[in-house]
Design a protein around this ligand. Structure first.
Ligand SMILES: C=CC1=C(C)c2cc3[nH]c(cc4nc(cc5[nH]c(cc1n2)c(C)c5CCC(=O)O)C(CCC(=O)O)=C4C)c(C)c3C=C
Ligand SMILES: [Fe+2]
Ligand SMILES: [Fe+2]
Length: 348
């Protein structure tokens, strides 16, 4: 079987100019799986209020983390492809849900080197399922595939939030950062609106959003419940690291808008923790495979400032898996498993 691989990530603006950031935010936030309001209301909110206000602030934030090769998220996705290439015979491309490289470019590049291409394995670089991350990225790949009538088939790597090899790689990447004294390891995940938890997957399931240990009980809802996924990743990683329950916690970052989002908020916890006696903090962001604006600016830079200004004494940001060697091997394993065992389309 002639196969190709596409590493799929979120995407970044073309540059840090206000104009490019605005174009990017418009595309991102007009996605109905990100801001799930009726079209006209979304248009009014996004083009009329959110992006005009946010573009300048976001452009400044991007300027503070941008590398000379470009956006960290895109550069790191490219480096992940380069780290995988010597380990496999499959050709690999990268694609972004928003911005460039566009999925069509990735499909066409694979076809250019292999006109008889029969199957493409889509690898969403998200360990957890969310309508606004995994689902929209995969659906977009499918839409472009159908629109241009490509004849090759698609297969997708499922969310791998509890996969033993992923948990092992994540724990191993965290371990070296825990060698000195600390009070808590905080797992900070990208937040989502509470309504998205109920909108995705099996209807009528109860999600306990207050319980810090578990969310829902139903195995079918587990397929697509973001809160279940992140709690499992945290529990399993803490277990693999041999941490007692009082040594770790979960919080949600990057809130946007006024609707209720998952709690507790990372920003609020960073202000409260020192008053609760947590003075030395380690913080890790497992919803991101590649470091990006949300980790480098919001957590590594701003988060540190907030924590130290609130009475914290030591704050260590633990990088994402990026091109970690064990992670690269793990990713190959996830790809091989997806080839062997097709993933059912759980998107309703
Ligand atoms: C990891 C998974 C992600 C989920 C889930 C997610 C949901 C989500 N995001 C927004 C709004 C914004 N996110 C922004 C940046 C951003 N988000 C993710 C990932 C997830 N988002 C990444 C990897 C990045 C960084 C991109 C980069 O170029 O480095 C931004 C843009 C930046 C900013 O202005 O803060 C916005 C806006 C919503 C509303 C949402 C769920 C509904
Ligand atoms: Fe986001
Ligand atoms: Fe749940």
């Amino acid at each position: 079987m002639k196969r190709g691989i596409i590493l799929l990530n979120l995407g970044s603006p073309d540059s840090t100019s206000r104009k490019d950031v605005k174009v990017y935010l418009d595309e991102f936030l007009m996605d109905k799986r990100v801001i799930d309001k009726p079209y006209l209301l979304r248009l009014l909110l996004v083009r009329g209020i959110i992006t005009p206000i946010r573009a300048g602030r976001s452009a400044k934030a991007y300027q503070s983390i941008w590398w000379k090769e470009g956006s960290p998220l895109i550069v790191l996705t490219r480096r992940l492809k380069e780290a995988l290439e010597p380990k496999t015979t499959y050709p690999i491309e990268i694609a972004m849900r928003y911005g460039k490289p566009h999925p069509k470019t990735a499909y066409d590049n694979l076809l250019a080197t292999n006109p008889d291409l029969e199957e493409v394995i889509i690898v969403p670089l998200y360990p957890h399922y969310a309508m606004s991350s995994w689902e929209t990225a995969v659906e977009y790949m499918r839409t472009i595939h159908a629109k241009y009538r490509y004849s090759f088939k698609l297969k997708t790597v499922p969310p791998f939030y509890n996969h033993p090899a992923y948990i092992h790689a994540l724990a191993q990447s965290i371990q070296p950062y825990l060698s000195d004294e600390y009070d808590q390891l905080l797992f900070s995940y990208h937040g989502i609106p509470v309504s998205h938890i109920y909108k995705t997957g099996k209807q009528g399931v109860q999600h306990d959003l207050e319980d810090p240990e578990k969310c829902c009980d139903d195995p079918e809802s587990h397929l697509t419940c973001y809160r279940h996924h992140v709690l499992e990743t945290s529990k399993l990683t803490a277990q693999a690291l041999g941490l007692s329950r009082d040594k770790w916690a979960v919080a949600f970052q990057s809130r946007l808008g006024r609707d209720p989002w998952l709690l507790p908020s990372t920003q609020e916890r960073l202000e409260e923790l020192p008053k609760e006696g947590v003075k030395k903090l380690k913080i890790v962001c497992p919803s991101f495979i590649s470091d990006c604006l949300e980790t480098l600016e919001e957590i590594e830079q701003e988060g540190k400032e907030e924590f130290l200004e609130s009475g914290g004494e030591k704050y260590d940001y633990i990088p994402c898996l990026n091109t970690n060697e064990l992670w690269v091997t793990t990713l190959l394993q996830l790809i091989e498993e997806a080839i062997e065992r097709p993933f059912e389309n759980v998107i309703k």
